[in-house]
Design a protein around this ligand. Structure first.
Ligand code: ZN
Length: 281
C-alpha cells in the first residue's frame, strides 16, 4: 500500500510534468473507484492550467484556479506520466492529458492512474466550496511529519490524555499524518519505545527521540524512493513503490538487528505490530 513517502515521491515525480501545463483531455474508463468519479470533470478542467501539485497526508492535490483535483492511490494505485498514444492497460482507469498550451500533439503528456484494487479516488473540490483544508477527507488530518509544526512538544502535549498504546495513537493520524503501520513500528524501534506504552505515559524526553525517529525514517524513505523517480516516466516502468531495510517490520521471529533477541509480533487494533521486547521499553 502506498504510504506517505511513496505519495511524496509520486508528487515529486509527476509535479514537473504537470505544473504550469494546460489540461487537454480528461479520460475515465469506468464509473469510479472508491467513490464515483466527478461528473462533468472534463467541462471543469479542459483548458485550465495546473498551478501546483501538492500533498496533504496521502492525498495528492492538483491545484487549479477554479479548484483542486484530489487524487488518492488507495491500496494499490500508482501514477505514471506517459507520452501520448500509449494504449491503456488493464486497471488504467483515469488519464489527465496535459500540454504546454501550444496545442501541438507532440507536446502532450498523459498522467495515468492505474489501480487494480480500486480503493483509490479522484475527486474534485471547487474553489467556491471553500478552503481545501476543510474538505471532509482532509480536515481531520494531523500535522505533516516533515513540516516544522511537527515536534516532540506537539506529540507530548497532544497525548497527555490519551491512554491508548502509542502505536495506535500514531496510526490514528489525528495528531500526525503519514506514520502508517511500517513507519510506526520502525520509529518506535528506533526511539526504543514499546508499542504497547500508553501514549499519555511517555515522557517529553522520549517523545524527543520519537519525533526525531519519525522524521528520519520518513525522510530516508523519500530519499530512497527518489531513485525510482525514473519509473514515473517509463512506459513499462514499475510502480515506484520501494522496499526499505526494516529493523522490525515484517521480521517476526528473526533476530533483532540490534540485540539478537527474536522480533515479536502482536496484534493491536487489527494491525500487526513488530517490536523487540529487549530494545523497546
Ligand atoms: Zn533488540
Amino acid at each position: 500500500m502506498p504510504e506517505l513517502p511513496e505519495v511524496e515521491v509520486t508528487r515529486r515525480g509527476v509535479a514537473p510534468h504537470l505544473e504550469g501545463r494546460i489540461v487537454e483531455q480528461v479520460v475515465f474508463r469506468r464509473e469510479g473507484l472508491r467513490w464515483p468519479f466527478p461528473a462533468h470533470l472534463a467541462e471543469s478542467l479542459v483548458g485550465q492550467r495546473i498551478t501546483q501539485v501538492g500533498r496533504r497526508g496521502k492525498y495528492l492535490l492538483i491545484g487549479f484556479a477554479t479548484g483542486t483535483l484530489i487524487v488518492h492511490l488507495g491500496m494499490s494505485g500508482h501514477l505514471r506520466v506517459l507520452p501520448p498514444g500509449v494504449e491503456p492497460k488493464k486497471h488504467d482507469h483515469f488519464d489527465l492529458v496535459v500540454n504546454d498550451g501550444a496545442q501541438s500533439p507532440s507536446q502532450s503528456q498523459v498522467l495515468r492512474l492505474n489501480d487494480p484494487r480500486r480503493f483509490g479516488a479522484v475527486l474534485w473540490h471547487a474553489h467556491d466550496d471553500g478552503d481545501i483544508d476543510a474538505h471532509i477527507l482532509l480536515r481531520g488530518l494531523g500535522v505533516e511529519p516533515l513540516e516544522d509544526k511537527f515536534s516532540a512538544d506537539l506529540l507530548y502535549k497532544a497525548t497527555r490524555k490519551r491512554s491508548a498504546p502509542i502505536k495506535q495513537v500514531l496510526l490514528a493520524g489525528d495528531i500526525v499524518v503519514g506514520v502508517g503501520n511500517i513507519y510506526a513500528c520502525e520509529s518506535l524501534f528506533k526511539a526504543g519505545i514499546s508499542p504497547k506504552t500508553p501514549a499519555g505515559r511517555i515522557s517529553r524526553a522520549r517523545y524527543d527521540k520519537l519525533a526525531a525517529a519519525i522524521r528520519e525514517i520518513l525522510a530516508e524513505a523519500i530519499v530512497q524512493g527518489g531513485s525510482t523517480l525514473k519509473d514515473f516516466i517509463a512506459v513499462n516502468g514499475q510502480s515506484g513503490y520501494f522496499q526499505q531495510t526494516y529493523f522490525v517490520y515484517d521480521r517476526a521471529g528473526v533476530p533483532c538487528r540490534n540485540c539478537g533477541a527474536p522480533v515479536r509480533q502482536i496484534k493491536q487494533g487489527q494491525r500487526s505490530t513488530f517490536y523487540c521486547a529487549t530494545c523497546q521499553r
